[in-house]
Design a protein around this ligand. Structure first.
Ligand code: GLN
Length: 314
């Protein structure tokens, strides 16, 4: 497998060139009005390596809305604070349904299948709120992401949060449904307000790659370096990303790319090549199941050229 930074720089350059020419770029999400304003021609790929070096290509320094990629960071915060107790509120199985689906909740006593579909992420946010008020909880998630990326210049975009607050009826339905079953304990409005703001975290693909290092390096920011979470939890999060990180496209992503990954409707994907790199990919156009079309394709090319699939022998 490839680890030489020089060769990795070439590969990133080739992928960026390829994506600049790609015409089938998918559809930018428009159910959150603020997101519809983003230029579909954007593309970025950034690799954070064990050495601390970041290889960035394309729009690697342009801020975007991480949306559901934030579910990874919220899960890590919740696991760190509540531990395995969290699993009484949310399952660990792929859903096979769209990210915002409600159908499964009625059949399974209001218990969401996994922490990466919207219902599951709302339940995780509620769990964090069992120990903190919304402002404090958001502060903790944001501080954690800044610590992971070693960069304080990461913030919540209030315009995106407001835009989702006025259009998030489906999420309100999920939260109310779960409140009735007792899966969430706080008032749905309070939980949703926190969840919408967490989804509105804006960062650059370079910052995202840095923030994902703790998953690539077994809970630490660099191999053997400062620890963010226990190795066991980092491995568990990676397992969930591989099986559930792309909603009803999770099987396809695992099949094509072979790396744990988490997507968001802002077009971002955080992917993890254990021991090798944390990868931030971004392009706003989405495929039919709401995952970035070009970021998925780029990660497939990257895994192919580097031999980084988790199913390849080390
Ligand atoms: N904030 C978005 C929502 O709840 C996140 C969804 C996503 O990124 N897939 O609809």
């Amino acid at each position: 497998s490839v680890s030489d930074p020089e060769r990795l720089r070439e590969i990133v350059g080739e992928i960026c060139d390829h994506m600049a020419r790609e015409t089938d770029r998918g559809q930018v999400a428009d159910y959150i009005p603020e997101l519809a304003k983003v230029d579909a021609n954007r593309f970025a790929l950034a690799l954070a390596l064990p050495s601390g070096e970041v290889i960035g290509g394309g729009d690697a320094d342009t801020r975007f809305s991480i949306q559901s990629v934030s579910k990874v960071f919220a899960l890590a915060v919740a696991l760190g604070r509540i531990g395995d107790q969290l699993w009484t509120r949310v399952g660990r199985e792929p859903s096979g349904d769209p990210f915002n689906s409600i159908v499964q909740l009625e059949h399974e006593r209001g218990l969401p299948r996994n922490p990466f579909i919207n219902a599951g992420a709302i339940a995780v946010t509620d769990a964090i709120l069992s120990r903190s008020e919304p402002r404090e909880a958001l502060g903790q998630i944001l501080q954690f992401v800044r610590f992971l990326a070693d960069d304080d210049d990461i913030a919540i975009d209030p315009g995106v949060a407001a835009s989702e607050t006025v259009s998030g009826w489906r999420n309100a339905a999920l939260a109310n449904f779960m409140r009735d079953f007792g899966t969430i304990e706080r008032h749905p409005e309070k939980v949703l307000g926190t969840y919408f703001h967490q989804c509105a975290i804006a960062m650059t693909p370079r910052q995202l790659a840095l923030a994902g290092r703790f998953l690539a390096f077994d809970g630490a920011l660099t191999p053997g370096g400062a620890r963010a979470i226990a190795p066991r939890m980092a491995r568990q999060i990676n397992a969930l990303m591989l099986t559930c990180g792309h909603y009803d496209g999770s099987g396809e992503f695992a099949f094509r790319v072979g790396l744990p990954g988490k997507s968001g409707v802002g077009g971002g994907i955080l992917a993890v090549a254990p021991g090798r790199a944390s990868i931030g990919a971004w392009s706003p156009g989405l495929n039919a199941v709401g995952n970035s079309q070009l970021a998925s394709m780029a990660l497939e090319m990257l895994a192919d050229r580097t031999g980084w699939s988790v199913f390849a022998p080390k």
